[in-house]
Design a protein around this ligand. Structure first.
Ligand SMILES: Cc1cc2nc3c(=O)[nH]c(=O)nc-3n(C[C@H](O)[C@H](O)[C@H](O)COP(=O)(O)OP(=O)(O)OC[C@H]3O[C@@H](n4cnc5c(N)ncnc54)[C@H](O)[C@@H]3O)c2cc1C
Length: 369
């Protein structure tokens, strides 16, 4: 039987695994960690993904994810505005959601190679060879769903990996008294911090900061006290919340650079194909959507209805049509954050020109798929 290897078991990889398995394909997922595990992510999923998840019986209703319908923005110096979110979203931790999708996939017969990092992929005579741990695995098709930055980006010599990126992400789970239906985004110098509720009355507090902030203060706690606390909303939140981990999850080198959708015949999905500015609220929905688009084409290819060249070209075209503009809008919105005057401007826009602010927020979101 023909085999598909999916490298990376985040949302794009897990959704692709479900869809391809449902279509009768032989699928193996290689994941360098073992579920369940925490990830740096704001954990707010825009509601465009709900109909799709429900259609696959993969909406995690048993965790009663909170419904989020309001958005609050505060500026670096603590000015605040609030808007209803047109489409809104729901909150669930990646610890729970990825594990839920993994267990369902395992139950259906998807094979997983966990705690194993793929570090080389080659393509010759219409066949892939994937080096993963001690094994060399053969495949007819490889999906690259290995996220924003992976060792494979280096071994595959992907263009964007040559440039360093100045952003780091930090995440905690906390208990606080923010309303259940609110997602708040608080600016601070050279960064911004999102807070919204997930399952079990926990909240995710996740922020993106420039690495210069970290360099200047030497450690996360001191940086938070010196930089984030200048926003009174963040100061009060940090001082009054109950932090549920000993230390936060941290990642470095978050890049929003343009990436190729197909590289050395590996079809990229999710962040490996291109990442929207975090906390725009839909990187996860886009990861799942790209897994869907890709799987539809892969099924046609594996059934012999389209050639490899057609698969690659059609995927590039569909990806561009669906996501290129949103990534661009996300990058532009990101310019409004992390500085005093631009974040004040954004708050004033939300207060005084609500339709324009609402329009901009909606432009970074997609339609149900
Ligand atoms: C600070 C921050 C906040 C964010 N907040 C939100 C938010 O609130 N809402 C939202 O929708 N999006 C948010 N995002 C974006 C969202 O997290 C991503 O868009 C989404 O996780 C992408 O899914 P993915 O499947 O492409 O990659 P991931 O979920 O990152 O999964 C990639 C997987 O590949 C594995 N892997 C990597 N390399 C290898 C290898 N060589 N071999 C085997 N396995 C490998 C990794 O272990 C990982 O499990 C945020 C991102 C950041 C950085």
């Amino acid at each position: 039987m023909n085999r598909i290897i999916i490298i990376g078991g985040g949302l794009s990889g897990l959704i692709s695994a479900h869809l391809l398995n449902d279509a009768g394909m032989d699928v193996m997922v290689i994941e360098k960690k073992a579920y369940p595990f925490h990830r740096v992510c704001g954990e707010y999923i825009s509601s465009e993904a709900i109909p799709f998840l429900k259609s696959l019986h993969l909406f995690p209703s048993e965790y009663a994810p909170p419904v989020i319908t309001k958005f609050q923005l505060t500026s670096v110096n603590g000015k605040a505005a609030q808007l209803p979110l047109n489409s809104g979203g729901f909150g669930i931790s990646r610890y729970t959601f990825d594990n839920f999708l993994y267990k369902k996939a395992l139950g259906k017969g998807v094979r997983f190679l966990l705690n194993t990092e793929a570090d080389q992929v080659s393509f010759e005579d219409n066949q892939f060879k994937v080096r993963a741990g001690q094994s060399i695995l053969n495949a007819d098709l490889v999906i690259g769903s290995f996220g924003k930055r992976s060792r494979l980006d280096t071994t595959m010599k992907r263009g964007f990996i040559q440039n360093r990126s100045p952003y780091a992400g930090v995440k905690y789970h906390i208990r606080t008294d923010q309303p259940t239906d609110l997602i708040s985004l608080h600016n601070f110098k050279d960064g911004y911090c999102g807070i919204s509720q997930v399952e079990d009355q926990k909240f995710t507090l996740c922020y993106l900061t420039h690495r210069d902030n970290l360099k200047k203060y030497g450690n996360i706690k001191l940086m938070e006290e010196s930089v984030l606390y200048k926003n009174p909303f963040l100061k009060s939140l940090f001082q009054n919340a109950d932090f549920l981990y000993d230390r936060p999850e941290v990642i470095n080198e978050i890049s929003f650079a343009n990436k190729k959708r197909v590289e050395k015949h590996v079809i990229m999905a999710g962040d490996a194909a291109g990442m929207i500015a975090p906390l725009c609220g839909n990187g996860m929905a886009m990861a799942m959507h790209s897994g869907k688009v890709l799987s539809e084409l892969v099924i046609q290819f594996m059934n012999g209805n389209i050639s490899r060249e057609q698969l690659e070209n059609l995927y590039r075209q569909r990806w561009k049509k669906l996501f290129a503009r949103r990534l661009w809008v996300g990058r532009q919105l990101q310019h409004l954050f992390g500085a005093e005057w631009t974040s004040n401007f954004a708050v004033n826009l939300m207060k005084n020109v609500k339709p324009v602010a609402g329009y901009l927020i909606n432009q970074s979101h997609g339609s149900p798929f």
